[in-house]
Design a binder for this molecule. Structure first.
Ligand code: HEC
Length: 106
């Protein structure tokens, strides 16, 4: 019995480690932003890793990223223009994404 519990705990630990390794954006971000953004490579817009690096160490990173994604436009990446709120993201989804993006470069 004890060994069964130990192996169950070990399996749960492996699952947690697996999801921590594969950095993936929240599902809403994939649907509303994923057509133009990926975490680790430039697509139409900049890689989220690069956006995170831009705001690294900025205590207002999350609110600045929220402002950019809400307003859309150009932010100096010279890649084009982002539509306001991406593909129809809600404020809550943008906040979730901003927190995710800001957390990448830590
Ligand atoms: C139709 C394509 C498109 C979609 C959809 C899109 N973006 Fe963008 N995004 C861009 C482009 C293009 C840029 C770079 C603009 C430039 O050249 O400065 C950009 C830039 C950004 C930046 C950088 C802002 C900065 O201050 O430097 C962030 C953050 C961002 N997008 C977040 C999002 C989020 C979050 C979503 C989903 C809600 C999203 N984007 C959806 C095209 C898109």
């Amino acid at each position: 019995m004890k060994s069964i519990i130990v192996s169950m705990v070990a399996a749960a630990g492996l699952m947690v480690a697996g999801s921590a390794l594969a950095v993936d954006m929240p599902a809403s971000g994939k649907a509303k932003c994923g057509a133009c953004h990926a975490v680790d490579k430039k697509v139409v817009g900049p890689a989220y890793n690069d956006v995170s690096a831009k705001y690294k160490g900025d205590k207002d990173a999350v609110s600045k990223i929220i402002a950019s994604a809400t307003k859309g436009g150009s932010f100096g990446w010279k890649l084009g223009t982002m539509p306001p709120k991406g593909l129809g993201a809600t404020d809550a989804e943008i906040k979730e994404m901003a927190e995710f993006i800001a957390g990448l470069a830590k």
